[in-house]
Design a protein around this ligand. Structure first.
Ligand SMILES: Nc1ncnc2c1ncn2[C@@H]1O[C@H](COP(=O)(O)OP(=O)(O)OP(=O)(O)O)[C@@H](O)[C@H]1O
Ligand SMILES: [Mg+2]
Length: 550
C-alpha cells in the first residue's frame, strides 16, 4: 500500500506542473495569437483531471493488477510528453515575442535575430503541427480514460497512509547498541538546571526516520537517574496528527488519574493543578511540523511544573525543534557506528547472536549491514528477515535487492512518511535528486541551478529571486533530513543511501544516470539524464533525450 502511494504523489506532482504550464501567460498568448483552438487546451486539461481523479485508486491497485500497472506507465509517459509539448509552446511563444521585438531593433541584435530565425526556419512546419500534437495527446488520454471503467478504477480522495502503531516508553535495553556518548551528554542536560530563563526547557532529538530517536528517548526515560530526579514523568506519542485534547489527556493519564472529559479547559486546569510545582519530565515522541504549532497552547499548563522541568521532543525536522524553541544545541542522531550495527545485526540474524558457526554468511552479512549505512531501522529489519534463512543464495538475494524489493519490511513505509509530508513542489525537487550518483557530495548552488533549469522553482513573490526560492526549497529538504551535510567534503551535501533509493524508486526510469563509460539501457521514457565522470567529479545533465530512430 505504501509503495503505491509514492507513485501517486509523483504523478500528482507532474500534473500540477502541467496545470501551471497550461495557465501560463506565454502558452495562452501563443494559443490566441496563432488562432489555435483555445478549447483544445481546455479539453486537454479536462482529460488530465479525469485521470487524476482515479490516480490514487490506480496506484493501490497496480500491485495486484498488472494491467493497472501498465496503465500507470502509459499515463506517466503521456504526462511527460504533454509537459514537453507545453514547454515547446512556451519556447515558441518566447521566440515569436523576440521576433516581434526585432522590428524595433537595429545593428547586431537584428543580425543575430535573423540568424536565429534562419536556424529555426525548418521548425516552421513543426509550429503548425502543434495543434495536431495536442490532438494526439488528447487521443492518448482518451484511450487511458476509456480503460478506467474496464479496470474498475474509482474516483477517490486518495488513500491515507495507515496509522503508525504508537510508541511507548518501554524498551528492551539488551537489544540496544551504542549511543552511549549522546545519551550521557543528554543525561547531563536533563539533570541540570534549565539553561534558559524558561521554567521548562525543551530538548530536541532530531534525525531521519529510523535513526533511533525514539529508542534514545526510551533509554533516557527509563534510566534510574532520571527516575530519581523527576517527581513526575509522562510519555506521549504524538505522531502526525497533533490533537491538543488527546495530548493533554495522555499527559494527565501519565501523571495522575485519567479524567473523562472532552473539555479542553477542564483538562488543562486539571493538568496545571496536578503539576503543582513538581519537577516534571515530558517526552513528546514523533512530532511533525503540521502539529507543532499547537505547542504554544500545550505549553501554558506545563508552566505550572517545578524549576528544572524538561520536555524531550523527538522529530525528523529541525523546524519542529525551532518552533518549539528547543534549547541549543539540538541533538542530531546520525549513523549508528559500524560495530554497533554489526552487533545489532548478529543478535537478530544468527541464532544466539553467534555468527561464527556460519562463516559463509558472515561476509555477505557485513556487506548487507554496510548497505544500511548506520540506519538501525534497516539493520534491524534485515537482520530479523534473515534469521530463518541459512542458504547463502537467500542472503545474496537480499544483498543484491533494492529498497523496493523489501516491500514487506518496515523500512520503505517509514521513509515514505517523510516523503508524503512534503508539499508537491518539494516532492518533485526531491525525486529529481535521484539523478546524482549514490554518495555523491553535491553542491547547493549546483542543485538549485538544475532545479531552475527544470522549471521546478515557483516564484511566490515578485521581490524574491529564483535563487532565493531554490535556497528555501533546499533548506526545507535539509531541515527534514532528506539531505545531510557531508562529513568528508566541507560545503557539500549528501543523501543517505536509503533516501537516495527512495528518490530513485519515485522517479523510476524517468531519471537516468550514466557513470563513467558504463553502458546503460536508456528507454524512451528517460526524461532527465546525467552523465558523471567519477575521476573528475564532472557532471553533464541532459533534459529529455529524443530518439533519433523515431
Ligand atoms: N541503538 C540501537 N540499537 C538497536 N536497535 C535500535 C537502535 N536504535 C534504534 N533501533 C531500532 O531501530 C528501529 C527504529 O528506531 P526508532 O523507532 O527509535 O527510530 P526513530 O528515529 O524514532 O524513527 P521515526 O522517525 O520513524 O520515529 C526500532 O526498531 C529500534 O528498536
Ligand atoms: Mg520515533
Amino acid at each position: 500500500m505504501a509503495l503505491a502511494l509514492v507513485g501517486g504523489a509523483f504523478l500528482s506532482a507532474s500534473l500540477q506542473v502541467l496545470f501551471d504550464r497550461l495557465a501560463s501567460s506565454e502558452v495562452l498568448h501563443f494559443i490566441r495569437g496563432h488562432k489555435l483552438s483555445d478549447s483544445l487546451l481546455s479539453e486537454l486539461k479536462i482529460k488530465l483531471l479525469i485521470v487524476d481523479a482515479v490516480l490514487n485508486h490506480a496506484e493501490v491497485k497496480q500491485f495486484t493488477e498488472p494491467a493497472v500497472k501498465e496503465w500507470l506507465l502509459h499515463l506517466k509517459g503521456t504526462l511527460y510528453d504533454a509537459k514537453d509539448l507545453l514547454d515547446e509552446i512556451a519556447t515558441e511563444a518566447l521566440r515569436c515575442k523576440m521576433e516581434a521585438d526585432d522590428h524595433s531593433q537595429t545593428g547586431s541584435a537584428k543580425e543575430w535575430n535573423s540568424i536565429s530565425t534562419w536556424v529555426k526556419a525548418p521548425l516552421a512546419n513543426y509550429r503548425s503541427s502543434i495543434e495536431s500534437r495536442v490532438k494526439e495527446m488528447i487521443g492518448k488520454l482518451e484511450v487511458l480514460e476509456k480503460a478506467i471503467d474496464k479496470l474498475g478504477l474509482k474516483r477517490g480522495d486518495g488513500e491515507k497512509l495507515p496509522p503508525r502503531s504508537p510508541s511507548t516508553s518501554l524498551v528492551d535495553e539488551s537489544c540496544v547498541f551504542g549511543r552511549n556518548e549522546i545519551k550521557e551528554e543528554m543525561m547531563t542536560r536533563l539533570l541540570s538546571d534549565n539553561v534558559s530563563t524558561n521554567k521548562i526547557d525543551v530538548i530536541s532529538i532530531v534525525g531521519m526516520g529510523g535513526a533511533g530517536k525514539t529508542t534514545l528517548a526510551q533509554l533516557l526515560y527509563n534510566d534510574a537517574r532520571v527516575k530519581g530526579h523527576f517527581a513526575l514523568t509522562a510519555w506521549v506519542c504524538v505522531s502526525e496528527e497533533f490533537c491538543l485534547l488527546k495530548v493533554t489527556k495522555s499527559i494527565l493519564e501519565g501523571i495522575s488519574s485519567a479524567m473523562q472529559s472532552e473539555n479542553l479547559d477542564q483538562l488543562q486546569l486539571k493538568l496545571k493543578g496536578s503539576l503543582g510545582d513538581k519537577k516534571f519530565l515530558l517526552v513528546l515522541d514523533d512530532v511533525w511540523e503540521k502539529g507543532c504549532r499547537e505547542w504554544d497552547r500545550l505549553r501554558i499548563p506545563l508552566l505550572a511544573a517545578g524549576k528544572g522541568s524538561k520536555v524531550v521532543v523527538t522529530t525528523r525536522s529541525t523546524k519542529v525543534a525551532a518552533v518549539m524553541q528547543a534549547v541549543h544545541p539540538h541533538y542530531f542522531l546520525g549513523e549508528l557506528s559500524a560495530d554497533d550495527c554489526w552487533s545489532l545485526f548478529t543478535k537478530l540474524a544468527f541464532e544466539n547472536g553467534d555468527s561464527t558457526a556460519f562463516p559463509q554468511l558472515e561476509s555477505i552479512g557485513r556487506k548487507i549491514v554496510a548497505k544500511c549505512q548506520g540506519l538501525p531501522l534497516a539493520v534491524k529489519a534485515l537482520g530479523s528477515l534473515l534469521y530463518s534463512k541459512v542458504e547463502k543464495g537467500e542472503w545474496e538475494e537480499i544483498l543484491e535487492s533494492e529498497i523496493w524489493g523489501w516491500q514487506n519490511l518496515e523500512i520503505l513505509p517509514s521513509l515514505i512518511l517523510s516523503y508524503h509530508d512534503l508539499p508537491l513542489h518539494l516532492k518533485r525537487c526531491f525525486a529529481y535528486c535521484s539523478i546524482f550518483p549514490k554518495d555523491h557530495g553535491f553542491d547547493k548552488k549546483e542543485l538549485i541551478l538544475l532545479w531552475m533549469a527544470e522549471g521546478f522553482l515557483r516564484l511566490s513573490q515578485s521581490n524574491i529571486r529564483m535563487e532565493e526560492v531554490g535556497d528555501l526549497y533546499f533548506h526545507e529538504l535539509l531541515s527534514k533530513s532528506f539531505f545531510q551535510r557531508s562529513v568528508t567534503q566541507e560545503s557539500c551535501f549528501v543523501m543517505h543511501d536509503l533516501i537516495h533509493d527512495l528518490a530513485q524508486y519515485i522517479s523510476g526510469e524517468f531519471c537516468v544516470r550514466l557513470e563513467d563509460d558504463q553502458m546503460h539501457e536508456i528507454t524512451e521514457k528517460a526524461h532527465h539524464l546525467l552523465h558523471f565522470k567519477s575521476s573528475s567529479s564532472e557532471m553533464v545533465v541532459f533534459k529529455r533525450l529524443r530518439p533519433l530512430w523515431k
